[in-house]
Write a protein that binds this ligand. Sequence first.
Ligand code: CU
Length: 217
Amino acid sequence: MEIGKRTYIVAIVVIIAVAGFGISYNVANAVAQNSTANNSGTYAVTLVVTTNNIFNQTVGDQPAYYVLENGTLQSSAVISFPAGKMISLTIINYDDGPADVASQYANVVGTTGNQITIINDTNVNSSQGTSGINVSGGSVVSKVPDTNIAHTFTVMGTSSNVLLNIPVPPSSVVHATFTLNSGSYTWQCEAACGSGSAGWGGAMSTPGWMTGTVSVA
Ligand SMILES: [Cu+2]
């Protein structure tokens, strides 16, 4: 009886010790996996396009890209990305109208699978009918009809080759993933949303509005 009780206690101690090792091993393993995921995971960037930004007295209001950082809108004159890392880019577009764009910029270029995910009609404050509350599910596309593009986020290589082209429909949220090699590039909206007869003045030709630098390091 005495030996049996001792065996019973030893068995309990062994079970608790094994269980404890298992838990601590799992916790250590989970922490290691998380830190690996953080080190090699995606780098999230959010851009916001708003309208009715006062450009100057002559030009009036113009649309502009901003970088969303810690809940505030920052200048898009220089947009920084880490080199060689998967970038998860979300573009929130509050502009509810299309602009003229050359047909080549209807195609998605440089993203994972040359595709983007579009969630339409997400402009909750839109005055265009009831579209603001009619949110459609995300659709994965490799092209947007050139009659339905409000802006593009287009990154040019050093020889003006297109490294990245993301067409953005009116009142939409667009998501894409991509990587870029280190370097300094030009980004440009290719949908003529600026001032002047061709729409290429004002915002379209001013850093921090519809063009700027992409710095990858
Ligand atoms: Cu634009």
